[in-house]
Design a protein around this ligand. Structure first.
Ligand code: GLC
Length: 426
């Protein structure tokens, strides 16, 4: 990445000496944090971090990353493997803790007052062999977004099963196209070959009763009839209720179609709620959210557990300031700002009873039980191999959806690959 790190030494040499209230000189530090760019996260960041900058006199510079978590992971691994001190803090996906743990500072002592205010399962997800490798800044669980106005116009109920969703999406799409909206689609989601497809496909398979790829005890379960049925169902959407191009969509492409008023339904994370209700959105006030559909009566809805954290690099030369910043970003003040500005789900329990959040971001209290029951990706059981497990899984799914091989054959091939990868044990 050529984002001007060479200037870091020069800039640090020019840091300002401040005088604290007690007359002791404080040296302002420049802290580099690396973060992905979904939604308005990067635009909002300066306002979120300002109280900490004002209090400490330090300055925070964000190094922007592509929005794909898979691309971020590849870049992070390069920096960390090289022991780079260019980056002080990394914004990390919930699934990465076991794979990156060795490069990060243990935050359990520094965060000892914050930890009891958090949901224990989230702290657990970032704890590897007793080490707290990252502090949660928000959690994530997706929703089915639907257009209230269009469901009413076409007299359709909020769908409970994927078949009902398919029928509703088709009906609304046919009607809107006949009325002149040539670019209108029934359902948009994330079909690109990346981590987001792993999330979508885990939801389809789990909600058809087909398990969770690799079970918590390490068993490879993905090659089964229910999983194949789920994938064949989704294949039927491509080019009918979903554009062919959905196989290249990540979160932001789906939101683009939805927010310009060109889709009846969307699968996306809660961040799309605030943006969908912004003043320049064509769907402002016209939509609501519900849980993702199920395969059939008796199945349960499945939402993949997502979420982001802040980790402090072991190679940082500004560790004290970096830890202080991590505590601020994971703390209640910053989390409340993110909830209000970005409808990101807090990880601090009390914020679910916060009156300002309930008024401005009603999806947050509404989504508490959804994320508490969300399905984790198999990153804990597959340890350092999760990234390979996920990329083999999303590739098999992508091939199936693109028409290259049947779901049954591709899942059988995937099972064989995962068995090789596992070897004696994960
Ligand atoms: C969201 C989730 C994250 C997931 C990603 C996939 O950012 O929070 O956990 O990996 O989407 O695209």
């Amino acid at each position: 990445m050529a984002i001007g790190f060479k200037n870091r030494a020069l800039r640090s040499a020019g840091v300002v000496a401040l005088i604290s209230a007690f007359g002791t000189p404080l040296l302002a530090e420049e802290i580099f944090i690396v973060s992905g760019a979904t939604g308005s996260d990067l635009q909002d960041f300066p306002a979120i971090v300002k109280p900490w900058e004002d209090k400490t006199g330090n300055k925070v510079t964000v190094v922007p990353m592509p929005s794909s978590t898979s691309d971020q992971f590849g870049q992070y691994r390069l920096w960390l493997a090289a022991g780079s001190s260019d980056i002080d803090l990394y914004q990390t996906d919930v699934i990465w803790a076991p794979q990156l743990a060795e490069h990060f500072v243990d935050l359990s002592e520094a965060a000892k007052d914050l930890i009891p205010t958090e949901f224990p399962s989230i702290i657990q997800s970032q704890t590897v062999n007793g080490k707290l490798v990252a502090l949660p800044i928000f959690t994530d669980a997706p929703a089915l977004y639907y257009r209230k106005d269009l469901l009413e116009k076409y007299g359709v109920e909020v769908p409970k099963t994927w078949d009902e969703l398919t029928a509703a999406a088709q009906k609304i799409q046919d009607g809107e196209r006949a009325a002149g909206s040539a670019d209108f689609w029934g359902f948009v989601w994330q079909g690109n070959a990346y981590e987001g497809l792993t999330c979508n496909a885990l939801e389809w398979i789990k909600s058809f009763g087909g398990g969770q790829i690799v079970e918590p005890d390490g068993t490879i379960s993905v090659n089964n009839e229910k999983a194949a049925k789920a994938l064949e169902t989704v294949k039927g959407w491509v080019g009918t209720i979903s554009p062919e191009g959905v196989l290249a969509y990540q979160e932001e492409e789906a939101r683009g179609v939805w927010q310009t008023g060109n889709a009846a339904f969307m699968r996306n994370w809660p961040y799309a709620y605030a943006l969908g209700n912004s003043d320049d959105s064509a769907v402002k006030g016209k939509f609501d959210v519900t849980t993702l559909p199920i395969g059939a009566e008796g199945d349960s809805s499945a939402a993949t557990l997502g979420g982001w954290n802040i980790a402090v690099s072991k190679y940082s030369k500004h560790q004290d300031a970096a830890i202080s910043l991590a505590l601020y970003l994971g703390g209640p003040e910053a989390q409340k700002m993110r909830a209000l500005m970005e409808t990101h789900l807090p990880t601090i329990q009390a914020l679910y009873d916060d009156a300002d959040i309930a008024a401005k971001a009603p999806i947050i209290p509404q989504w508490k039980n959804v994320f508490l029951n969300a399905v984790p990706r198999p990153s804990a059981p597959t340890l350092g191999k999760y990234n390979e497990v996920s990329s083999k899984f999303w590739s098999a799914v992508h091939e199936t959806l693109a028409g290259n091989g049947s779901a049954a054959d591709n899942l059988a091939g995937l099972e064989a690959d995962l068995t090789d990868l596992k070897g004696e044990a994960w």
